[in-house]
Design a protein. Structure first.
Length: 874
């Protein structure tokens, strides 16, 4: 590979790494993907810049008309599309004589097409009907075909991978090759969950009747779901003549998306039924009569409407680029497998000082060869007592290290259940507890609801794998010990990572993994103590120390309430007029119907109208808004910029209302104009706009918070993520500070002054409580004469790692909080104002007394999963 992914921002001349592909020297990899380590190639792979440029050049130099017209430019399109069909077939070692290519919007659409067009025979008194069988490790889109078959009175049968062995016996026993009753068997060439590769030989075995997924007389057809497999492996359809092969091109090339194909074996093509006809599919039809003659070629019959012809042309450039950069799929297969095998070996041999493994890997193979295993590793991280650390937690930690991985069940419930040991009852119970596919409820009753997946693509490098391993080691040792990963914007102090550390990872495998096998023989335990190896890498204090601090802090936080709460007052008040920007401190401030007046009324959006947060743009914290109530303006300051003013209220004649999204809620907003837009664009060096929530628009809080509220009193929200007010308690911050202090061995400099720590939590109300985390036991509070309902804890994300004064990042804050709070990263509580008297103006003031009302049953304080609150900070 001689090229970087297209999203590269900087190419550094040094530190390049030589990597061999397929035994040949492939060049030097000098890619820094905006600092991101991308490990979700099975989700969507990356594309190189040259693929885009050759495609756009093609579009600029040629006119491609609608392929259904009769113009010369249409002819060019038609011919190019046909050429691409040919190219696709060639890629899969077959020809138009044997297979047809039907373009679809993706694998899922291809699967749906098969479900609808397959010549199913319904169950009836005369016939036992067709069977639809699918491997339980199939993708959701395969399992979903059973909705269609059930409606047609066709029996669907899930087959477990282990059942395929008895399939052979059933095949041998049944001897009626002549019966024409059609059955369909679907299986993935590679599991989208674990990367397991199932034998391609099943295609021939099932088609010939030597293997029968269920014992039924008839003729078996095979659908090979190759969507995941073909992104990192060649597929030879001349050797394995599956009847149907669905694919999605973004999984192979990264671009274009929204385009896939169904490859159909020509022998089955004439049997397919058409349930609908769209433009381009008819040879002739009558509008007034049920007369329709489809076109003869199977592609023309099934491609309803105009295909995405420009995207099809992009495929040509995809194939060209892939071949030019890698020399072909066989090389990609070897390269990606080598990386996965290396990572698997290292990962599976990592252990804590007490010998407990650091991860549990879900796989059916030992990564012995690319024939049985794709470049996918699925696992959960464990603590030193063998408890699973939830995947959302791992995901957040990974993003601190700029590592992009995939978590959840990967739309493959079957595989998820099998590997994680989740019963059908548990899935249903989880749903009742509020867990749906794709949310961040990662543990229920201590059981994982999903796992973590990393996957490699042709652009992946050894450095990616090693950075990932360093992340796991640093995280599981409980501290990154002053060696955080360098971040964009991080200062000198934090940019000290990793020169020459590339060599250390093999050293660890040497010590902990490969040595292990010998050690096991000499009965010194299954695995070697990792801490020595890691000390050598100087990644921080050994684990037992971290574990000790954790234990200490737990003892502290679980203290029992004794009623002696002491007098409590509000010590600081902050509002954040522009979401994600700096705080504006006040001592007395009016309360509006959405919280503190003008809190989060504005937000900065990118050129596409998407809200920016500190997660993508840390410099937002350097923008300082100041509200001047007298002059009715917001003054905005930033270093190196002239201050600028924005009126507090919209000019209702001029304001153009547009719609934006905040945390999945639709809000009406208006643009604050060109002047501020160019000011922001200049500061960030990219096009940005400032938008304000329209004052006529009412956004209601989600019902989950509205426990005791009657329908008439739903809280209304500004552009916040969750709730009207966020309160934190100084005692809790102090406890965190102690932990952060204790991790600093040199004790040299004051790393985290209170004020600095407090600002990271971006709260509105700060109180001087006595006990850390007592606020989580409150049900209601009064502040001065105002009453507030306590909605629950605020679930934190990586933004607390950002120093709000400088934008520097330090992962310790998140890591310490996560350790000390038993991996729940909650901090602070959400409040809603319960207004008793709407007529008189309300104010919050520093110095007002805080009086909490405790929850009735403080012992079982723990919110059910459905009440968990999401990332907050804006
Ligand atoms: C991705 C995938 C699909 C679905 O592909 P879409 O592009 O989402 O339609 C189906 N099966 C497998 C094995 C996959 O990996
Ligand atoms: C698995 O399938 C889901 C659903 O289509 C998809 O979003 C994801 O990218 C797939 N991952 C793979 C191919 O591993
Ligand atoms: C293509 O079609 C356009 C519009 O229908 C027409 O003006 C043009 O002459 C046609 N060109 C050719 C080469 O047929
Ligand atoms: C569906 O199958 C049942 C047998 O299981 C049969 O009695 C019934 O007639 C079938 N219905 C249709 C619509 O084919
Ligand atoms: C943390 O350390 C700083 C200086 O190193 C000190 O001023 C501060 O009081 C310490 N805080 C706690 C809670 O120990
Ligand atoms: C909080 O501050 C008030 C006023 O400064 C003081 O009277 C009170 O004792 C403080 N409470 C605690 C718990 O520190």
């Amino acid at each position: 590979m001689l090229e970087c992914p297209a999203a590269v921002t900087a190419r550094m001349p040094a530190q390049g790494q030589e990597w061999r592909m397929g035994g040949q020297r492939a060049g030097f990899i000098l890619c820094f993907l905006s600092g991101i380590i991308y490990l979700d190639h099975a989700g969507a792979t990356l594309f190189p810049e040259s693929q885009l440029t050759s495609f756009t050049n093609d579009l600029m130099e040629n006119v491609y008309g609608n392929p259904h017209s009769q113009n010369i430019s249409s002819k060019l399109t038609h011919d190019t599309v046909e050429q691409v069909r040919y190219r696709i077939l060639e890629h899969f070692h077959t020809t138009p004589e044997d297979y047809a290519v039907i373009f679809t919007s993706g694998s899922t659409a291809a699967l749906k097409l098969v479900a609808e067009a397959f010549p199913w025979v319904s169950r009836s008194p005369e016939s036992s009907g067709s069977h639809f069988c699918y491997l339980t490790d199939s993708h959701t889109s395969v399992v979903g075909m059973r909705k269609v078959t059930t409606a047609m009175n066709v029996t669907s049968t899930p087959v477990r991978p282990e059942d395929m062995w008895s399939a052979e016996e059933r095949g041998a026993a049944a001897g009626d090759p002549d019966c024409q009753l059609p059955h369909l068997f679907c299986y993935p060439a590679q599991s989208n969950f674990s990367g397991t590769r199932y034998p391609l030989s099943w295609v021939g075995e099932v088609k010939s009747g030597r293997m029968r997924p269920v014992s039924a007389p008839g003729k078996w057809f095979v659908l090979l779901d190759a969507a995941s497999y073909v992104s990192t492996s060649p597929l030879d359809l001349s050797a394995h003549q599956a009847d149907f092969v669905p694919i999605s091109f973004y999984k192979i090339f990264g671009f274009p998306t929204g385009l896939g194909a169904l490859l159909v074996n020509n022998r089955v093509a004439p049997l397919l039924r058409k349930t609908y006809f769209g433009g381009g599919t008819a040879a002739a039809y009558l509008a007034g009569e049920d007369f329709y003659i489809p076109r003869s070629s199977v592609a023309e019959r099934f491609e309803d409407g105009t295909i995405s012809f420009l995207d099809v042309i992009a495929l040509k450039h995809g194939f060209d680029t892939l071949e030019r950069l890698t020399g072909g799929m066989e090389n990609i297969k070897q390269h990606t497998f080598t990386l996965a095998q290396y990572t698997y070996t290292a990962l599976s041999s990592l252990c804590y000082p007490n010998g407990a493994p650091v991860v549990r890997i879900y796989s059916d193979s030992e990564f012995s060869s690319p024939e049985v295993q794709g470049p996918v590793i699925n696992f959960n991280v464990l603590d030193d007592s063998g408890n699973i650390i939830g995947y959302s937690q791992v995901d957040k930690m990974a993003s601190l290290h700029n590592i992009h991985l995939r978590t959840g069940c990967f739309c493959n419930t079957g595989a998820c259940q099998r590997h994680l040991g989740i019963s059908d009852e548990m899935v249903k119970k989880h749903l009742q507890a509020g867990h749906v596919c794709g949310d961040d409820v990662d543990l229920l009753d201590g059981h994982p609801t999903g796992s973590v997946r990393i996957s490699f693509g042709y652009m992946s490098t050894l450095e990616d794998a090693q950075t990932f391993l360093r992340f796991i080691i640093a995280t599981c040792l409980g501290s990154s010990g002053g060696h955080p990963v360098p971040q964009a914007g991080a200062g000198e102090a934090e940019a000290t990572s990793a020169e020459g550390e590339a060599q250390d990872i093999p050293a660890i495998i040497g010590r902990c993994g490969l040595l292990t096998q010998e050690d096991a023989l000499t009965d010194s335990g299954v695995c070697t103590d990792l801490s020595t190896a890691v000390n050598a890498m100087d990644l921080g204090p050994p684990l037992h120390e971290a574990a000790r601090t954790q234990q200490m802090s737990l003892e502290k936080t679980t203290g029992v309430l004794d009623g002696d709460l002491g007098p409590h007052v509000v010590t600081n008040l902050y509002l954040y007029p522009i979401k994600s920007c700096a705080a504006f401190e006040v001592t007395r401030w009016p309360i509006g119907n959405q919280g503190l007046l003008y809190d989060r009324n504005w937000m900065v959006v990118n050129h596409n109208g998407i809200c920016l947060s500190q997660k993508q743009e840390w410099r937002l914290c350097l923008i300082q808004p100041i509200i001047d109530l007298q002059r009715r303006v917001m003054v905005i300051k930033a270093q190196g910029m002239e201050p600028i003013e924005v009126p507090l209220e919209e000019n209702s004649e001029r304001a153009q209302i547009c719609q934006s999204k905040v945390c999945a809620d639709r809000v009406d907003t208006y643009d604050c104009g060109e002047e501020i837009s160019s000011w922001l664009s200049k500061f960030f060096g990219r096009p940005c706009h400032l938008i304000k929530q329209s004052s006529n628009f009412q956004r209601n809080a989600k019902k989950k918070h509205g426990k005791d509220q009657s329908p008439g009193t739903t809280a209304t929200l500004s552009l916040v993520n969750e709730a009207q007010f966020l309160l934190i308690n100084t005692a809790s911050v102090l406890e965190l500070q102690q932990q952060l202090n204790s991790s600093d061995e040199n004790g040299e400099e004051e790393l985290f002054p209170m004020k600095n720590l407090i600002s990271r939590f971006r709260a509105n109300i700060i109180t001087n409580g006595t006990r850390a985390f007592e606020e989580e036991k409150w049900a209601e509070i009064s502040i001065g004469s105002l009453r507030f309902q306590v909605l629950g804890p605020c679930h934190r994300c990586q933004i607390i790692c950002i120093n709000q004064q400088t934008g520097q990042r330090n992962q310790d804050v998140f890591q310490k909080l996560s350790e000390s709070r038993k991996r729940k990263v909650n901090f602070g509580v959400y409040l809603t104002h319960v207004s008793l008297d709407l007529s008189s103006p309300c104010f919050l003031s520093v110095g007002s007394q805080v009086l909490p009302v405790l929850k009735e049953n403080v012992e079982c304080y723990d919110l059910p999963a459905s009440e968990k609150h999401q990332d907050v900070i804006s």
